[in-house]
Design a protein around this ligand. Structure first.
Ligand code: SF4
Length: 139
């Protein structure tokens, strides 16, 4: 199976904080499969580290009040193109990220409050018919 994975889940230090979301369950699950790690935020040109961002009224804004919507969408599009070209069977994505969140995101107030919704990349993959799984869905 061809599986696209949020790179931070595999231990890549591409999070906004400069750290990773290394997840052993995900690493074990994808073992033996063809794995395509992507970080749409870095692919969109954002640096590591970078200010945290949330989706505010449909646009991605960082906690300094600066729009990073263009970078988020550019990176999501670039990662989508890999998914299409490779014909991935599944994407496993990091929970609650404004790019990768599958079921929930933060509400745009930078207060830690969660709401139902998808990150920019998860939504784009879903709209293009790809199977998308949240890392926390792995039992
Ligand atoms: S954009 Fe996705 S892959 Fe990159 S650090 Fe955020 S959650 Fe991880």
């Amino acid at each position: 199976m061809k599986i696209m994975v949020s790179a931070c889940l595999l231990g890549e230090n591409c999070k906004y904080s400069g750290g990773s979301n290394r997840n052993q369950k995900v690493i074990d699950y994808v073992s033996g499969h063809e794995v395509f790690p992507v970080c749409p935020e870095v692919m969109g040109g954002l640096s590591i580290p970078r200010p945290p961002a949330e989706i505010v009224g449909g646009k991605v804004i960082n906690n300094q009040g600066v729009s990073v919507d263009g970078e988020f969408r550019r990176g999501a599009q670039a990662a989508l193109e890999i998914a299409v070209r490779e014909g991935i069977n599944l994407a496993i994505l990091q929970s609650r990220s404004p790019s990768c969140g599958v079921h929930e995101i933060y509400d745009g107030t930078f207060s830690g409050k969660r709401i139902p919704g998808q990150g920019v990349f998860a939504r784009l993959l879903t709209e293009h018919g790809f199977a998308v799984m949240d890392a926390e869905d792995l039992k």
